[in-house]
Unconditional design. Sequence first.
Length: 636
Amino acid sequence: MTSTVPFTWQEPNEQYLAIAIARVRTALQQYIASAQGQPAPEAPPPIQQHPLTPPAALQTLCTAFGLTSFERDLLVLSAGVELSGSLAQLCATAQGSLQLAYLTFSLALAALPDAHWSALAPTSPLRHWRLIEVGNGESLTQSRLRIDERVLHYLNGISYLDDRLRGLVEPTKNTAPLPPSHQQLVERLVNRLTKNPSISQLIQLCGGEPEAKEAIAITASANLGLNLHTLRATDLPTTAAERDALARLWEREAVLSRSALLIDCEVGENRDKLLPFLETVQSLVMVATRDPLHLRRSSLRLDINRPTSAEQRQLWQNALGEIADQDLDPLIAQFHLSAASIQAICSEDSLSAKDLWDACRIHARTRLDDMAQRIQPVATWDDLILPEPQCRTLREIVAQVQQRITVYETWGVAAASANGLGVSALFAGASGTGKTLAAEVLAQELRLDLYRIDLSQVVSKYIGETEKNLRRVFDAAEAGGAILLFDEADALFGKRSEVKDSHDRYANIEVSYLLQRMEAYRGLAILTTNLKGAIDSAFLRRIRFVVQFPFPDVAQRLDIWRRMFPPKLPTKGLDLNRLAQLNIPGGNIRTIALNAAFLAADAKEPVQMKHLLRAAQSEYLKLEKTLTDAEVSGWI
């Protein structure tokens, strides 16, 4: 992206550069005249500071990088050679060869005033910040000196992101207005940096609100008169030499384009690359990180919390404008979106309450889709075949999710204690008894996304990795309060209250972390297990609802079989009472009915008992169970 500058500044800036080039041209002409024994032209006056606002690019660059007058003239002469063919010819004349129509250090030492050898030392500003490039040659003094292209354009008033940074560093976009609590953090940050510029320019933006952290960084940079660019920590070079080169290139760019850097550490483990990079860069850097980084250099840490419910309401009202009279409590209770997302959702001309809800679901699901399996709920209460006590408990779960704002905030219950405000449940029962189906019913009733997380895949043998995996899931889910279905809880839970070794101790830590996040989660978190008895009672006490899914009896199995054959599905001679004698749960019944339908469709026949027999035989084979003749007697 190319930055534009006011025309009132551009023309005087070009004049200032032209005067500087004319000065070194005169110095070169004096050197040639002296060498040829001819009268020398009048000595050029020293370059005066120009009252430009902002200062001329050459002035800014010299001040920022601490150039001496000789280093400045060397840089100006290298720019003049690129901008003026006649100046290149003067270099050839001065060096006595038409083949040497370029600047060398030998020529600069001889022709420019106040020359010093250290101007091209590896640690000098010209070399360290890559303002000048030294070409290949037999010696330093005879090698070609060229101004870096990015620096040349900068001196001419043209600002753009260095091509070598493209693909790594990206400019940020404008952000929506911040809620008051976040605006206060911006003011605190800006005041700290403006009142004491010598303090550390490293800022840590901590917490689980990625979009809020970016919005705060954008607003703070704008208030400081800086352009903000982002860099993903995962994109940092692996080798120390490449990281050092990137740090120098960025430091130079920060000066040339008046920029700050936001490093995104939200994804991946990048400490080995990130920490050395942060030790090197001295310009303003903000780090967006979930947890604070432990650094050797000082930094300012800002903890970014989500906007309060009142702030969320104000964001919605501001974005909705004239149509803000609808009930916002359900949206505020369920979704936690950034100001930018709220503005994007409300940009449509006409939005019903259902439109707003559905748009919020879509905006909230982006981060979680990469971490868990989203299940499209289709089941309803009519599909559940459960005893009345279990159904009553499931409806209580729905009521608690829907009435959180009323109980916690309107009635002030949350003020008494902030612990255990999340809605958590354990669904226990044998495989196929309806645990996932019940979760679908809840998702359908609450109009929320349902995500399945296999805990056996989340648990890691490496200490601390399980908590990191769980944290990523919960952090991503917080925006939309989706229903989280943690399957295979047996992989993590167990009777481990008696700690026998370090493995048990860390397993308890992992379980405690999961329960802690479930208790604080704004949505509904469900655990499923086949063996409730394997879960320690100390852990069970921290779960708000426990629903036992019993194995269906004959009457319940008959009811399930009746629902397996919709009106459009052709059947012939089905004996549902015989089918109900199969001692299997609803999940297996559904599989048998579905497979039988495919067998019938392939044979171009209605579904008959013979198709169900073949499907049942296949299902029992899969379950490694024996289907006895007594169980299927009279089927065909």
